[in-house]
Design a protein around this ligand. Structure first.
Ligand code: 26M
Length: 821
C-alpha cells in the first residue's frame, strides 16, 4: 500500500516566498528586518530542501519495494562542494528562487556566498566520488554512498611569507542544513579485545571476537538529487559517538575526567579528515576510521535495507560494494566475519558470497601510495579480521602454489602479507583476491596496472581486470559553473546535453562558424571577468583579463610537476630581464596556481613557498610584470574551481608519463573550452585522441621512454649540462634571486632536481618550453584558437561521469536503473 507523503511546496514564486518566510520565521526564529545573511542562507537551503523531500522519500520507498540490485559506493572521502546551487538546478528553481528573493529585497548571489562547502575529501578521489553519486542519481540507479562525516574537512590553507599554514576547517560551525541526523538508527562497532575458540551446537570448531571497546555510528543522511528526474538518492555519512556505557560512566563521579576522556577518544574517530593523499602513514586512527565507516555501512545495508529474514546466500543479487581505493578494503574480512561468525555460514559459502559482493578501484601507480597495515596494529585493533585475512591468504597461496607448480618466489610476491620491512597486510592484494573486479581509472593506468603493479594478479585472474575511465558531472562543472557557455550550447543544440553529454558533438560544425566563435569568445571573456572579481574580493589579487589565462590547479605533488611549470615562468623572467626577449614579442600571460600540500610533505611545502616567492619577484618587476604575472590564490577548493575552470584558456596537465592515474581536472578544463598542454599520461591520452592532435599541445617523454631511462639510470645533470636555459633558470633560484639573496632557502629544491629528480623534470624541460612556444603562436590567432577550443568542448562528451557510471554498470556492477514507478 502507499505511504502517504506530504506534497512539495508550490513550484512558483509565491509558493517559494511562502516557504522561505516560514523557514526564516519558524526555523531560524527571526524576521527579515533582523536576519543575518547566514539566517537567510539557512532558510533558503531548507526551502530548497523541501522541494526535494517528497522525491527523496518516494525514491527510498521505491527502492524498498522493488528490491533491485543496488550499488553501495564505499568511500572515505566525498568532496561535495556547495549544495545550494546544485539543488537549485536539479529542481529547476534558479529563476523562481532569484525572483522570490528579489521580491523580499534579497540577492541570491549574496546568500550563495554564505554556504561553507563540505570539503570532506582531499582531491581527485574524493571529488570523483561526488561526481559518481550525482550521476547515479541522475540515471535513476538505486545507489547509496557511504562515508565518514568528518567534523573537520580538508584544512583551510593560508600563506604566511609565502609558506603554507593550515587552519582547521570547522565547516559545521554555522549549521548544516543539508544533513539529517538519525541517532535512532545508531550502529555499534567493536574494536580491540581478543578472539576465542569454541565449539558450536553442531560440534563445529569456531572462532569468535570479544571486542575490548565499542563505538557508536550515527548516520547522517544527505540528499543526492538527480537532475530533474524526480529521483533523490542518499549519501549516508557516519559520525562516531561514545557508547552509552561511556555516557553512564560520566555519572560515576569519581572517574568523571576519565569518562569524558574516553568519550572524546571514541568521538575522535570521525573528528578530522586526514589531509594526506597518496602517502598513507599507517596511523592507527586512520585504520579506526576505515573500519568504523565500513562496519557501520555493511551492518546498515544488511539490517536496514534488506527485508527481515533475507537469505544472505543471495546477497550478491542485491548489492555490490564498490571500494574507492583501498581505504574501505577492510570490508572484505568484515563481511566474512558477519557471515561466518554472526550468521553461521560455512567458510566456503561466505567466501563465495563475499567475492561476488566487492569490486575494487585503484587510483594510483606510485608504489609508496599502496596502503599496507602492520600485522601488529591489525592484530591489536581487529584481531578477528587478522585471523580471517590469514585464512584468506593461506587458501589463496595454496591455489597459487598449485597453479604455478610450487613457484615459491611467486608465492612470496603474491602474498597478502608482506614480510619486509615489517609484517604487514597489503590492502590492494586483499582487494584483488577478495573482489570480483579490479579497475584502473584511465586506459593507460589500467594497462600499467595489468602490466606492472598487479601483473602477477592479472595473470592469475585475467577476467577480473578492467578499465573504467573517470568522468566529471556536467551538471556542476558545466551547467552550474559555466552558465554562459551552457546558454550558448543550449541555444545551439537544445538542452539534452546536460544528461547526454555525447550530444556536444553536434557543436562540431559550429567550430567553423565565425559568429559562434565570436560568441564563444565573449563567454570566455565574461568568465574571466567573473574570475577577476572573485580574486579581487577573495584574495586581493589583481589579474588582467586581457591576458592568456594559464592554469595549473591540483594537489601539490612532485609527480604532478608544479616545478616544471615554475621553471617555464622563471625562464621567461630570465629571458626578459637579460634582454634576450623583448616584451613586445611576448604573449601576455597570467599563470594561476592552486594547490594544497599535505602538512607533513616538506618538499611540497617548499615548492609552494618557491611559487609564491617567484610570483612576488615576477609581479613586481617593472618590465616582466607587463607580460607575465603569477597568481596563487590560497585555499583552492571546489568553489574556486567553479569560477576558475570556465575562465581558463590553457590547462596544465604535465605529470611525468605513467604517474597520474587519470586526472579529472583535465576533463573539466577541456569541457569548458580550455586547450590542454599535457604529457601522454592518465586520461590526457584519451582527451588528445578525442579532441585531435591539432587541438592539444603534447610534450614530454612517453611512459615507455621514461621507464627505459629509469631502467638504465636517470642522470638529471646530463640535461642540465646540455641546456643553457635550464642552467640559468636553476641558477636564478639557487643564487637567491627569489629569496632576498638567501641561497639556503630553496637549496633543497635545487639539489633535489640535480640529484635525484625522481619525476624527470629536467628531462622534459626543453620539450615543455617548445610546447609553450607552440601555445604562444597558436594564441596569437584568436580565430584558430577559439576554433580549437570549441572542438575541445564538442569532443569531450565522453568525459561525463554518466558515461563512467554506464561503464561500471555494464562491466562491474551488473545492475540497472530503476525508473520511478
Ligand atoms: C591514504 C591513507 C591515509 C590518509 C589518506 C590517504 C589517501 C587519501 C586520498 C590516499 C590517496 C588519496 O587520494 C588519491 C587520489 O586522489 N588519487 C587520484 O584519483 C583521481 C580519481 O581517480 C585520479 O584522477 C588521480 O589521477 C589520482 O591521483
Amino acid at each position: 500500500e502507499n505511504t502517504p507523503l506530504i506534497s512539495s511546496p508550490e513550484h512558483s514564486v509565491e509558493g517559494f516566498v511562502r516557504e522561505f518566510m516560514r523557514e526564516l520565521n519558524f526555523s531560524q526564529g527571526t524576521v527579515l528586518e533582523r536576519s543575518t545573511v547566514n539566517d537567510e542562507y539557512l532558510a533558503l537551503a531548507r526551502t530548497v530542501r523541501h522541494y526535494l523531500m517528497a522525491q527523496w522519500m518516494e525514491t527510498t520507498v521505491d527502492h524498498y519495494r522493488a528490491q533491485p540490485k543496488a550499488v553501495a559506493y564505499l568511500s572515505a572521502e566525498y568532496l561535495l562542494g556547495r549544495q545550494l546551487d546544485n539543488a537549485l538546478i536539479a529542481t529547476d528553481l534558479v529563476e523562481i528562487a532569484t525572483e522570490a528573493l528579489a521580491s523580499l529585497g534579497l540577492d541570491l548571489a549574496d546568500l550563495r556566498e554564505a554556504e561553507v562547502e563540505p570539503g570532506l575529501g582531499n582531491g581527485g578521489l574524493g571529488r570523483l566520488a561526488a561526481c559518481f553519486i550525482d550521476s547515479l542519481a541522475t540515471m535513476s540507479v538505486p545507489a547509496i554512498g557511504y562515508g565518514i562525516r568528518y567534523e573537520y574537512g580538508i584544512f583551510r590553507q593560508t600563506f604566511a611569507d609565502g609558506r603554507q599554514v593550515e587552519e582547521p576547517d570547522n565547516w559545521l560551525e554555522y549549521g548544516s542544513p543539508w544533513e539529517f541526523a538519525h541517532p535512532e538508527h545508531e550502529v555499534t562497532v567493536g574494536f580491540g579485545g581478543h578472539t576465542e575458540k569454541y565449539t558450536d551446537d553442531d560440534g563445529v570448531e569456531r572462532s569468535r571476537w570479544v571486542p575490548g571497546w565499542r563505538v557508536l555510528g550515527v548516520p547522517h543522511n544527505y540528499m543526492v538529487p538527480g537532475y530533474r528526474n524526480g529521483r533523490v538518492n542518499t549519501l549516508r555519512l557516519w559520525s562516531a559517538r561514545a557508547t552509552h556505557a561511556f555516557d553512564l560512566k560520566i555519572f560515576n563521579y569519581g572517574d568523571y575526567a576519565e569518562a569524558v576522556r574516553s568519550q572524546t577518544f571514541a568521538e575522535n574517530i570521525s573528528k578530522v579528515l586526514y589531509p594526506e593523499d597518496s602517502t598513507p602513514q599507517g596511523k592507527e586512527l586512520r585504520l579506526q576510521q576505515q573500519y568504523f565507516f565500513v562496519a557501520c555501512s555493511i551492518r546498515d545495508f544488511i539490517d536496514q535495507l534488506l527485508p527481515r529474514g533475507f537469505d544472505l546466500h543471495r546477497l550478491p543479487e542485491r548489492i555490490v560494494f564498490q571500494l574507492n581505493d583501498t581505504h574501505p578494503v577492510i570490508g572484505i574480512p568484515e563481511l566474512m566475519r558477519v557471515l561466518v561468525d554472526e550468521h553461521g555460514f560455512e567458510w566456503d559459502d561466505a567466501w563465495d558470497v563475499t567475492r561476488r559482493c566487492f569490486a575494487y578501484t585503484c587510483h594510483t601507480l606510485l608504489p609508496e601510495a599502496l596502503e599496507v597495515w602492520p600485522v601488529e596494529l591489525m592484530g591489536r585493533l581487529l584481531p578477528r579480521h587478522l585471523e580471517i585475512i590469514y585464512r584468506i591468504n593461506d587458501e589463496f597461496l595454496a591455489d597459487v602454489r598449485e597453479r604455478s607448480g610450487g613457484d615459491e618466489l611467486l608465492v612470496r610476491r603474491m602474498s597478502i602479507i608482506a614480510e619486509h620491512p615489517e609484517r604487514a597486510v597489503r590492502m590492494a592484494y586483499l582487494a584483488t583476491v577478495g573482489g570480483a573486479r579490479v579497475n584502473g581509472v584511465a586506459e593507460l593506468h589500467s594497462q600499467l596496472l595489468r602490466d606492472k603493479v598487479l601483473a602477477d594478479f592479472a595473470s592469475f585472474f585475467p577476467e577480473k581486470f578492467t578499465n573504467v575511465t573517470n568522468g566529471v558531472t556536467p551538471r556542476r562543472f558545466v551547467k552550474l559553473a559555466n552558465p554562459g557557455l551552457s546558454g550558448l550550447i543550449t541555444e545551439a543544440i537544445g538542452d539534452g546535453w546536460v544528461t547526454d553529454l555525447d550530444r556536444l558533438r553536434e557543436l562540431e560544425p559550429l567550430a567553423e562558424d565565425a559568429e559562434f566563435r565570436r560568441r564563444f569568445r565573449e563567454v570566455k571573456a565574461a568568465n574571466k571577468d567573473r574570475l577577476v572579481d572573485l580574486l579581487r574580493r577573495r584574495d586581493g589579487i589583481e589579474i588582467d583579463p586581457s591576458t592568456m589565462l594559464d592554469v595549473m590547479v591540483k594537489r601539490l605533488h612532485e609527480y604532478k610537476r608544479q616545478l616544471l611549470k615554475l621553471l617555464h615562468v622563471v625562464t621567461v623572467y630570465d629571458r626578459i630581464t637579460t634582454g634576450e626577449l623583448a616584451v613586445a614579442g611576448v604573449t601576455p600571460r597570467t599563470v594561476v596556481f592552486g594547490a594544497k600540500a599535505a602538512p607533513g610533505y616538506v618538499m611540497a611545502k617548499q615548492i609552494i613557498a618557491l611559487i609564491n616567492h617567484v610570483g612576488a619577484v615576477v609581479n613586481s618587476h617593472p618590465e616582466v610584470s607587463g607580460v607575465l604575472r603569477v597568481a596563487f590564490p590560497a585555499n583552492y577548493n571546489v568553489t574556486v574551481a567553479e569560477t576558475l575552470v570556465p575562465a581558463a584558456d590553457l590547462s596544465e596537465q604535465i605529470s611525468l608519463a605513467g604517474k597520474e592515474a587519470s586526472g579529472t581536472g583535465n576533463m573539466k578544463f577541456a569541457l569548458n573550452g580550455a586547450l590542454t598542454i599535457g604529457t601522454d599520461d592518465g586520461a590526457n591520452v584519451e582527451i588528445r585522441k578525442l579532441v585531435g592532435d591539432d587541438n592539444f599541445f603534447l610534450f614530454g617523454l612517453t611512459e615507455p621512454e621514461a621507464s627505459a631511462i629509469a631502467e638504465r639510470g636517470y642522470r638529471p645533470t646530463s640535461y642540465y649540462e646540455e641546456n643553457e636555459s635550464l642552467r640559468r633558470a636553476l641558477h636564478l633560484i639557487a643564487t637567491g634571486v627569489f629569496s632576498h639573496g638567501d641561497r639556503s632557502t630553496f637549496e633543497p629544491v635545487v639539489s633535489n632536481l640535480l640529484g635525484e629528480d625522481r619525476f624527470m623534470v629536467l628531462a622534459d624541460y626543453q620539450s615543455y618550453l617548445d610546447a609553450q612556444e607552440r601555445v604562444d603562436a597558436a594564441y596569437a590567432d584568436p580565430e584558430a584558437w577559439s576554433r580549437s577550443a570549441v572542438l575541445n568542448v564538442a569532443r569531450s562528451g565522453f568525459f561525463s561521469s554518466d558515461r563512467s557510471m554506464r561503464d561500471y554498470l555494464e562491466r562491474i556492477w551488473h545492475a540497472e536503473p530503476l525508473p520511478s514507478s
